[in-house]
Design a protein around this ligand. Structure first.
Ligand code: PLP
Length: 369
């Protein structure tokens, strides 16, 4: 592994392949696999990650917004791409770049149909999303007649899949609720297929769904966080490899006298002689203020060092008293130890938020290809 000489987000495509293979090994060989690469590939590098997964024959990609899909097409990705949360202002661009929208409401269906008519489309692939309990995005069961009537005899659009999203697939206490969502989805799917002429495939599972409800894998699964090395289950996490490691370096070391303070608003005051290191990473890079003031560790030459004082925009200070290190040395913010999940937990959040929040300022370095 290359040593960092500045703040670097290292992206291990070998680990990505390992996670992809592992998740696939838990599924039927006929089940299609959709890789979720929204939000820059959960903060990594969507284009490099998608290119790697395309060589591994992934079946679909999903992004949240149209612009993310355009980025993938510009990077040469030819695999089908679902846009999970499209906005009407971008429908022409979606069609121009062969991006497949999720239709989630009457407004979206009508507007996308209109765009497809205006652009002279035939059998343009779309995916219909149903709300089965998350109450976020999707048609309701009693919208089926509306959808079927609107699309009957229209050759512009072709519904290729029906899907839904689980609200609590990682939470064993919500098993009853989840099973009910799955049953609802089955019922909705049956009714839709009876009332329309489309031949649709079905999907409902995210990563935790793959782990906890494999019996509901239907025709495809949609995995994001698992590909990046996390599963919301510590036992399963042992089988996965973290794809990204956030590294930085020690810019400067200070010797602090008793009762001196460190950082803005003097939030840290020393109770004795301390040695601190200043690192070139801050809340503008995605390490928010919630990680400051003695809650979270980073790793300096394999040893834990606490983040002290307020996190600044471009810097954090850590306590390296007693640690063997010097200016210019590499610091691992998160990766294997601490993991992104452990790091996030110290501030009561989850790996998803931490990973997706690492800003574009951190230089991306690809390894393991
Ligand atoms: C983000 C997202 C996923 C991926 O979920 P993970 O928990 O990261 O696997 C799947 N489906 C939809 C609709 C999503 O928005």
């Amino acid at each position: 592994m290359p040593k960092a000489s500045e703040t670097t987000l290292e992206i291990d495509l070998g680990a990505l392949e390992h996670n992809f293979d592992y998740l696939k090994s838990r599924l039927e060989s006929s089940t299609k696999f959709l890789a979720v690469v929204k939000a820059f590939g959960y903060g990594g590098d969507a284009e490099r990650i998608a290119r790697k997964l395309e060589t591994l024959m992934v079946d679909y990609f999903a992004v949240a917004y149209g612009s993310e899909g355009v980025g993938l097409r510009n990077a040469g990705i030819n695999t089908p791409i679902i846009v999970l949360h499209p906005q009407p202002v971008n429908f022409d661009i979606l069609i121009d770049r062969c991006l497949e929208p999720c239709l989630y409401s009457a407004r979206i269906l009508k507007k996308f149909l209109k765009a497809a008519v205006e652009k002279g489309q035939k059998s343009y692939p779309v995916h219909v999303k149903f709300n089965t309990g998350l109450n976020r995005l999707g048609f309701w069961e009693n919208d089926i007649d509306f959808i079927a009537e609107r699309l009957e005899g229209r050759e512009e659009l072709k519904v290729v899949s029906l899907f839904s999203h689980l609200a609590a697939s990682e939470d064993e206490k919500e098993r009853g609720f989840t099973l009910n969502q799955i049953e609802n989805f089955k019922k909705i799917s049956r009714e839709f297929d009876e009332k329309s002429h489309f031949e649709t495939f079905k999907h409902i599972l995210n990563t935790s769904g793959i782990i906890n409800y494999p019996e509901a894998q239907f025709d495809m699964v949609r995995s994001g966080i698992g590909l990046y090395g996390f599963s919301n289950d510590p036992e399963i996490d042992k089988q996965l490899k973290p794809v990204v490691t956030l590294k930085t370096v020690i810019s400067q070391i200070h010797r602090i006298e008793p009762n001196e303070s460190v950082g803005y608003n003097r939030k840290f005051t020393s109770d004795g002689y301390r040695i601190t290191a200043t690192l070139p990473i801050g809340h503008a890079d995605g390490i928010g203020r919630q990680y400051g003031n003695g809650k979270t560790h980073v790793s300096v030459n394999g040893k834990k060092a606490l983040i002290i004082g307020n996190v600044c925009m471009d810097m954090i200070m850590i306590d390296i008293t007693g640690l063997d290190c010097k200016e210019g040395d590499e610091v691992v913010v998160f990766g294997k130890h601490p993991s992104a999940e452990d790091f996030a937990t110290t501030a009561n959040t989850i790996s998803y938020e931490l990973l997706a929040g690492i800003s574009q300022r951190a230089r991306r370095v690809i390894i393991g290809d």
